[in-house]
Design a protein around this ligand. Structure first.
Ligand SMILES: NC(=O)c1ccc[n+]([C@@H]2O[C@H](COP(=O)([O-])OP(=O)(O)OC[C@H]3O[C@@H](n4cnc5c(N)ncnc54)[C@H](OP(=O)(O)O)[C@@H]3O)[C@@H](O)[C@H]2O)c1
Length: 300
């Protein structure tokens, strides 16, 4: 019996975006599983490449590199950094995967309404393309990543944190939870042909002033979130080095927070993983370095 088992080929999983936030967490999540992994990257020299898995270098301008990287892959996890090339690149990757016979694609998308705001409109276009492909897929639509709060580290440390989110609520999701769900879906042999979508959130919504209160507790000093007008905040973002595209994305995000667009709570993370979703407070505790000194270190 044991000889027969060793002859069984392990599922081969291609991970696009392996050097990114969710992709890297996915590789950690899959580390102990009986699968072969190939990590796709545009940059073989990337400092963020994982040391364990096989690496395949891709060039989106040369589709043959995508087919080659995906050859023999059974499943594909598809994440792509936010970029104006995202729609074309993801569609090229999906087409290459379908052409070489990948049986299931797990696409990282975004939870949100149909809108012209980037990146939601980009994901709508990619999902619409996927819907017309003869392939099983799972679209993961997470709410805003809790890692977005890392952008507040410098401003919190210098006492200048603010924005246009007011008291709006958002249910921030931890990228480790997204990765854990992606792992479960990628390892699922039961519904390979299925076409489905999962909506991923944290355990409950929070506002930016509540995040400031949580930071005040953690750092034992007063942290505030200053309310700004749109024009004031755009000026702060651009003068701190953000491109116009990034400033637009961040103002769009604040609007989504302000209007409570991503405040809903779903049970997908607990239902699939069997444990509670990580909260924003959990993330702040694990990532408090960089938000500036605690009262004790200031006093010392
Ligand atoms: N941030 C949020 O709050 C949020 C919320 C919901 C959904 N999302 C979605 O999640 C996705 C991003 O996931 P992530 O944060 O894990 O990704 P990420 O860390 O920003 O990037 C993932 C990888 O994409 C690869 N990539 C390929 N072409 C690229 C290009 N032209 N520009 C930038 N990167 C490129 C890069 O790998 P190589 O350099 O190795 O090729 C990069 O490491 C986006 O689709 C976004 O819309 C984000």
């Amino acid at each position: 019996m044991s000889n027969q088992r060793s002859d069984v080929r392990k599922p081969r999983i291609a991970v696009a975006g392996a050097t990114g936030r969710v992709g890297a967490a996915l590789l950690s999540s899959l580390a102990a599983d009986p699968v072969d992994i190939v990590a796709l990257t545009r940059d073989r020299q990337s400092q963020r490449l994982p040391s364990g898995p096989e690496i395949a270098v891709i060039d989106f301008d040369d589709p043959s590199t995508l087919s080659k990287a995906l050859q023999d892959a059974d499943r594909l996890f598809l994440a792509h950094g936010t970029s104006e090339h995202q729609v074309a690149n993801e569609i090229a990757m999906i087409d290459a995967a379908v052409a070489v016979g990948v049986s299931h694609i797990v696409k990282l998308s975004a939870l949100g309404p149909p809108t012209r705001l980037h990146p939601f409109d980009w994901h709508m276009r990619i999902e619409a393309h996927l819907a017309n492909c003869e392939v099983g897929y799972t679209v993961l639509r997470p709410s805003c990543f809790v890692d977005t709060l890392a952008r507040a580290k410098g401003p919190v440390a210098s006492g200048t944190w603010g924005g246009t989110a007011e008291n709006g609520l958002v249910n921030l999701v931890d990228t480790r939870d997204i990765a854990d769900v992606a792992r479960i879906v990628l390892l699922d042999d039961q519904f390979l042909d299925s076409q489905r979508a999962y909506h991923l959130t944290g355990p409950g919504p929070v506002s930016m002033p509540e995040i400031a209160d949580e930071l005040s507790r953690l750092l034992d000093r007063r942290v505030t979130y200053t309310r700004r007008s749109l024009a004031e905040h755009r000026e702060v973002l651009v003068s701190s080095g953000a491109s116009e595209m990034v400033a637009d994305l961040l103002l769009g995000l604040d609007r989504i927070f302000r209007e409570g667009v991503l405040a809903e709570t779903t049970m997908t993370v607990p239902d699939l993983t069997g444990r509670k979703a990580r909260s924003a407070a959990d993330w702040l505790l694990d990532n408090r370095e960089g938000f500036g000194p605690t009262k004790q270190t200031t006093a010392a």
